[in-house]
Design a protein around this ligand. Structure first.
Ligand SMILES: [Zn+2]
Length: 265
């Protein structure tokens, strides 16, 4: 099979899973079952047919409106499908048909779910982070941590160090803000997300993730305050910064670290 066809399959598979992720993002925070019940339009309640659910294509064909009542379909539906499809193709392009590809794809989808739910509802759900920590721990030797090249022991150790670092740094900030400023700078969900990213990435890429998230989050907060989109002290969820930084580190964490080290080390 030529590599273009192979990438195309990965992208299509990613679009289909992305469509499922939208269901998860809608139903999980509301406590609704994920596998039971057909999807319906949020406005008119009409049950959606297979043509209405074709990822990306149906959104474009219907110009972002419900076929039955004309209500606008959230743009997020399209963005999640497209992002998941592109990221799957990218992962397969980098890693080929390997366990590393599959595990990376699973991580990317988990991260998309965390990103969108935190952005929309300022929530990081235990029902997402805790099982994902267990999954990532089991997968560590074959995923981005070990990549099939570390010994089992070294891979598990690296994942554990990463989890300890990610969890501890965010827990310290959480506790520090609580004691010094008497308010929550971030939530305990961020602490668990930090541990999850550590298990997924290993120690060094977790250092890079935290660096990018703090710098990026700080700069964006500053920008939002300067342009008066948000007032100082107003809550900005930190999870999306952690997740965005983690996606960069997932692919280039070690390379970024080596580059930085060569520059300033
Ligand atoms: Zn409708």
């Amino acid at each position: 099979m030529s590599s273009v066809v192979f990438l195309g399959f990965a992208a299509l598979f990613g679009l289909a899973i992305g469509s499922f992720l939208n269901v998860v993002i809608d139903r999980l925070p509301a406590g609704r079952p994920i596998v039971k019940g057909r999807s319906q339009c949020d406005s008119c309640g009409h049950t959606l047919g297979p043509w209405d659910l074709a990822p990306v294509a149906s959104y474009l064909a219907l110009r972002g409106r419900c076929r039955y009542c004309g209500a606008a379909i959230p743009r997020r539906i399209l963005l999640v499908e497209a992002a998941n499809g592109l990221l799957y193709a990218f992962a397969v392009g980098l890693y080929g048909a390997t366990p590393l590809s599959l595990i990376t794809m699973a991580y990317l989808s988990i991260l998309i779910v965390v990103f969108v739910i935190d952005l929309e509802r300022q929530l990081i759900l235990n029902v997402v982070t805790l099982p994902s920590i267990a999954l990532a721990l089991a997968a560590a030797p074959w995923g981005p941590v070990g990549g099939g090249s570390l010994s089992l022991k070294d891979a598990y150790l690296d994942a554990a160090y990463g989890a300890a670092l990610g969890g501890a740094v965010l827990l310290l900030i959480y506790l520090g803000a609580l004691f010094i400023m008497r308010r929550e700078a971030l939530g305990l969900g961020d602490v668990k997300l930090g541990a999850l990213l550590g298990v997924m990435l290993g120690f060094v890429p977790t250092v890079v993730t935290l660096d990018i998230a703090f710098v990026g989050g700080g700069l964006l907060a500053l920008g939002l305050w300067l342009f008066k989109v948000r007032r100082p002290g107003e809550y900005i969820p930190f999870g999306p910064f952690l997740v965005g930084a983690a996606v960069v580190s997932l692919f280039w964490g070690q390379a970024l670290f080596d580059w930085y080290w060569a520059l300033f080390g």
